[in-house]
Every structure is written in C-alpha cells, then in structure tokens.
Design a protein around this ligand. Sequence first.
Ligand code: COA
Length: 311
Amino acid sequence: MNAGILGMGRYLPEKVLTNFDLEKMMDTSDEWIRTMTGIEERRIASDDCHSSDMAYEAAKAALKDAEINAEDIDLILVATVTPDQPFPTVACMLQEKLGAKKAAAMDVSAACAGFMYAMITASQFIATGAYRHVLIVGVEKLSSVTNWNDRNTAVLFGDGAGAAVIGPVSEGRGILSFELGADGTGGPHLYQNEDHIVMNGREVFKFAVRQMGESSLNVIEKAGLTLDDIDFLVPHQANIRIMEASRERLKLPVEKMAKTVHKYGNTSSASIPIAMVDAYEAGKIKDDDVLVLVGFGGGLTWGAIALRWGK
Ligand code: COA
C-alpha cells in the first residue's frame, strides 16, 4: 500500500508581529532580521489560544480537504514541543475536540523535524495496511517559550499549525523514499531550559546547511530519481539563507521552492505543512509533481521525504 497525502489544512493566528514591532521591544532592526533570516513578520497566538486550539483548526481543514469524517481517523500524531501541558497530550485533546472516537493518539517530539517524524511514522501504518487514515499535525506556540530578552532567538520564531491526512494512494504516488536521523551530541546547540529556547545559532546554521542538502540528495537517490526529476522543494522554514543553500544543492529555480518564512517566521514542526498548503493553494504543486520535503531541528534531528503528489 502506497502512503500519501489525502488532504491538508493549516491555521495561523491573526495577530501579526512585525520586525518594526520588535525594534520597539529590543535592540534589533528590520534590516538585520531581514538580511540575516529573511523574516519580515510572524504570527503570535493570543493568551487563551493553545497548541490544541490551533491543531484543531488545522485538523478540521485537513479532514474537509481529504473528504473524511473524524470517525474515520485511526490514529492521531501531533508533532509539537509546545504542548498545552505535559499530559494529556495535544493529540488526546485533539481527539476529544474532533470527536475522533476510534483514533489512538500520541504526541511526537522531534522539535522542528517533528512533522517529518510524524509523517514517516504515519506512513508505516498505512504501508502495512494496519490503518487507513492517520491524522498528523505539526503545531507550535513558540511565543510561549520565547525569551523576549534574547534578541538572538526572539526574532526567529512564530506560532501556527499545519495538518495532513495520510492514507493509501494510487500506485506510483505518495511517499517514494525517506530518511530520518538524529545526533544527540548536538543537543546543547538548541534546547529549551526551564522556560526558554536557548540556541547556538552558528552551530545550528552549519548543521542545517549540511544536513538539509545531504538528506535531500539521499532521498532522491533512494527513490531512484535524479535532480532532473524534482519539481518542487519544501524546506523547513527556519532561515532563507539555509533554505536557499538547499535549493541550490538541488539546482532548482527560485519559484520551485516553498517560501513562507518572510510572513510566518520559523513555526518549527508546523512550518513544512503550512508551506505546503501555501504552495498548493498558489497553484505551485500539481498532480504527479515530485516533491522533496526536508526538515531539521533541535535534538539534533532531521528528516526528508521524496513524494509524488496526488491521491
Ligand atoms: N538583531 C541585531 N543584531 C543581532 C541580533 C538581532 N536580532 N541577533 C544577533 N545579533 C548580533 C550579535 O549580537 C552579533 O553581534 P556582535 O558581532 O556585535 O557580537 C552579530 O549580530 C552576529 O551574531 P551571530 O549570532 O554570530 O550571527 P550569525 O551569522 O550566526 O546569524 C542567525 C545569526 C540566528 C541568523 C543564524 O545563526 C541562524 O539563522 N542560525 C540558525 C538558527 C535556526 O535556524 N534555528 C532554528 C532551528 S530549527
């Protein structure tokens, strides 16, 4: 059974925080943030909007797009490092909100690579025939763990959610190959202490440029494809310079890469599905296109997928 995407959805909070707003809050500038990261603005969830609320909105949109009901879901996987609380999981809260009575539910914790981990885990249940519909969500309320006194990290992150229904698709479509990896020795470069995100930007940058390129090339090779077969790249939206380095490794033109980093910042595990929905709605992805999805994050973790679009 080939596993692929049956439908997708996303949710972004309404409140916009621009670089100019940040200039008033800390010693930074729009010029520095735009040049160094590509970010112009990001979304911030209100105090009473939690990860489970954003996940719910994105999940509802994905179910509608996939034309299935909540009762049809066999398993819910929520990738997040900012759950409402340690437990119950966001996945269980989402199961209750949706009324997905049949679904098993758990969270997946792999930081910004979380959506890749969730998608590949989901696809195994589909490939074996054990389940027919797995709802996966990447959701983060990073504003709740941002240190607003640390300009090195505060300018980078945003809140949001993206969701997909993973299920069986026709021969030749869906996930063609994947790679997942982790390097715990890099843990000290990006972590959350009791309250906040702490980051060694230089080290994370170097790791990201190297790993995003290598993983992308690895999944292309594993799928028996060449660079000429690749139609579109969906990189984790952390920093435009990291994204551009991946795009150049794949020799793709600018218009063949999903880009939302300028308007939403880095939404961690939500960034890849949000960017995919954005590209799809803009008509940049069509049936039978071959996509490379690639992400990296704290852990350190990474994951990549080669995918032929369409049911
Ligand atoms: N505004 C203005 N100046 C800033 C700043 C900000 N928001 N943040 C840092 N600076 C300053 C530093 O203080 C430093 O000043 P100094 O030279 O006077 O000491 C200078 O800019 C360079 O800082 P540095 O951290 O060495 O820059 P960098 O080239 O590594 O770029 C990042 C910083 C964050 C843009 C870059 O490291 C990066 O994107 N890393 C990856 C981060 C990431 O993707 N994390 C999420 C992973 S999922």
